[in-house]
Design a protein around this ligand. Sequence first.
Ligand SMILES: Nc1nc2c(ncn2[C@@H]2O[C@H](COP(=O)(O)OP(=O)(O)OP(=O)(O)O)[C@@H](O)[C@H]2O)c(=O)[nH]1
Length: 369
Amino acid sequence: MIIPTIPTPDELLDKGFRRGKKAADLARTSKIPRRLKSKRIEEIRVITACQVIKDRLKMILDRVPDIETLPEFYQDYIDITVGVDEMKKSLGALNWAYGIITQLEKDYASKIRRSLPENASSYQKQAYGRIASVVNKIKKDLDFLDFAKANLRNMPTIDFEATTIVIAGFPNVGKSTLLRQITNASPEVADYPFTTKGIQIGHLERNWKKIQIIDTPGLLDRPILDMNEIELNAMVALEHLADAILFIIDVSETCGYPIENQYNLSEEIKRIFNVPMIYLFNKMDISQMNKKENDKNTDNEIELKNVIDSSKNDYDANISYLNQYLNKIDEYLFISAYEGKGIEEILKKLEKVEKIEEDNSQMENEYEY
Ligand SMILES: Nc1nc2c(ncn2[C@@H]2O[C@H](COP(=O)(O)OP(=O)(O)OP(=O)(O)O)[C@@H](O)[C@H]2O)c(=O)[nH]1
């Protein structure tokens, strides 16, 4: 989200007062009856200062998008990153300052106009004092908006037209390797709160269908109970986006997590996201090698070799240890992200994922952790 540059109160006042002075200097050289001149000068000074400060505030208010009109993902994103309530409060404070300065401008212009010429300058000083006090009152709001600007600068660019697939699975199971394989290019990386490596978004198009694949390293990769509240919120933000989950299980367990734990995580994530889940049993290449090592000199050797050499489905014969999981799931594939095997089958499955239209009437998510 692009928030314009936010001035400090001093910068805002300096600019207003400097321009006020300039306008007053100009008025000094104009041809006005002497008796009126001092009043005219001070009136112009006050009006110009107010206008300049108001213009700046209005520019900020106009350029910051109305948070409620943004897609839910961005609302959640802003909430997690800087806080939607604080953001609204700060913008409200700027609006308040705008209103008060408008009033001061009117009051003091009229006071100066009706004053004795010798009093004009003291009214102008009074006006400046009050303007400064209003602007200083919104110091923390300006500070907050400046903080929000810095933190929302690198917001992920989400394509809300595309079907969105979210990748999940324990660390080191091959999520980024897979993302690179599927999208055939380096995915974009943008900041995402509470993931150390940022969100990664890959895009692809199949039969005119736009698909975006999102990986959030460090988020959907451990038991839900280990997550703090903010991480849970981050997950809810993703939940608004996901049309399906690609859950990756490292069958070689070289990631350091037993298959059973990996499968349990998938169940938790499935419960929360409530969208179709496609299981990818990854690293089948090393699973085969391990098996081959173990089975050396056994009767299985020839049979297994045939399986490995077969180009059609290398992995079929070697999956009995996965049966307890396969019995419980609908959609799965055996792949090797590293060797690029199974990628075409994944793409075929992704093509069939239906896009879920965002339902704005459904305000809250009803699930329990
Ligand atoms: N043998 C083999 N290695 C793989 C395969 N897929 C990934 N790897 C390796 O596994 C390691 C982890 O892969 P990553 O893609 O970084 O895993 P990740 O899940 O993105 O890891 P985090 O970013 O920590 O969540 C890397 O060394 C990969 O080369 C595979 O299919 N076969």
